[in-house]
Write a protein that binds this ligand. Structure first.
Ligand SMILES: C[C@H](O)[C@H](O)[C@H]1CNC2=NC(N)=NC(=O)C2=N1
Length: 107
């Protein structure tokens, strides 16, 4: 396995600019998906978890009354931001957008 390379501050700023729904939180990036119905949140989490299983990169996930919060850092590099974090964030955005397309139905 290749050792993950920490990004520079400039690289982080550039990649964050392309992900406007995400914010920096120290050595991690985070996004709250809200508002979302509880069960829709569960479905979103399962989909993201399945993609993480395939890409070998995982977000910390919190499902609460406020919505679903995803927080990503690279643990193998000691908890710093790497390209893999931003790749996962972009995948989560795409998955959430697909799920949101159907949030107009159901109770
Ligand atoms: C062996 C396995 O692929 C690694 O431990 C992966 C799993 N998922 C991971 N997820 C995250 N967020 N950071 C990692 O360093 C990481 N490492």
């Amino acid at each position: 396995m290749t050792v993950p390379v920490p990004l520079s501050e400039d690289e982080i700023a550039g990649l964050l600019a392309g992900l406007p729904l995400w914010e920096r939180q120290g050595d991690a990036i985070t996004r709250l998906v809200a508002p979302i119905r509880y069960h829709a949140g569960v479905a979103l989490i399962v989909h993201v978890a399945d993609i993480s299983r395939l890409t070998h990169h995982h977000a910390d996930i919190n499902l609460s009354f406020n919505g679903v919060r995803f927080t990503i850092t690279t643990h193998d590099a000691g908890g710093v931001l790497t390209e893999a974090d931003f790749e996962l964030a972009a995948r989560i955005d795409a998955i959430a957008a697909g799920h949101a397309a159907n949030w107009d139905i159901g109770a």
